[in-house]
Write a protein that binds this ligand. Structure first.
Ligand code: IMP
Ligand code: MG
Length: 177
């Protein structure tokens, strides 16, 4: 059954490859934020739903004090194209915090641009972006990405938390649908 259900997904990155890369990013983040303390920890802001799996693995590779919060972002509509309208829901107060925005995939850049603007309005101490996947060919809105796991082609990607109409999130690998 499981073979059938992911027949339509061509693998790009295996579970092992992802694990290794996530570990490297976690180490890099830990080095870069070596100065944060328990009083002023690194605040991971994870975008739901797509980044949940990435964040769960990433946080276990981060060795500096951190806390985790969530922000819900979705492009209205369904299917493979974004509508250009982003709905953002959260209940955060991040004033004075060191923020690391954790995203699954940067496509046009609209979602991250809007989330960043909302967070910056609350005057955090700092804000950096960490994305598992970057699709640079699709970019329409410039986004400053500090940490990126993999560059992907301009195709529709699923797996490891990333969905097509709420499906395929459970796949342990990443592939093209
Ligand atoms: P953007 O606003 O165009 O950058 O798109 C951001 C969001 O659209 C991502 O956070 C994903 O949730 C979703 N998205 C973009 N490309 C893909 C894809 O290839 N597969 C699944 N979701 C995607
Ligand atoms: Mg997303």
């Amino acid at each position: 059954m499981s073979d059938l259900h992911c027949n339509s997904v061509s693998p790009l990155f295996s579970e092992e490859t992802i694990k290794q890369r996530v570990r490297e990013i976690g180490q890099q983040i830990s080095e870069d934020y070596a100065g944060v303390t328990s009083d002023s920890p690194l605040s991971l802001i994870v975008t739901l739903k797509g980044a949940f799996m990435f964040a769960a693995d990433l946080v276990r590779s981060i060795t500096v004090p951190c806390c985790i919060d969530f922000i819900h972002a979705s492009s209205y509509g369904s299917g493979k194209t974004s509508s250009g309208n982003v709905s953002i829901r959260h209940n955060l107060n991040v004033t004075g915090h060191h923020l690391l925005l954790v995203e699954d995939i940067v496509d046009t850049g609209l979602t991250l641009q809007q989330i960043s603007a909302e967070l910056m309005a609350m005057q955090p101490a700092s804000l950096n972006i960490c994305t598992l996947l970057d699709k640079p060919e699709a970019r329409k809105y410039p986004v400053n990405v500090a940490y990126s796991g993999f560059t992907v082609p301009n195709a529709f990607i699923v797996g490891y938390g990333i969905d097509f109409n709420e499906r395929y999130r459970e796949l342990p690998f990443i592939g093209v649908l």
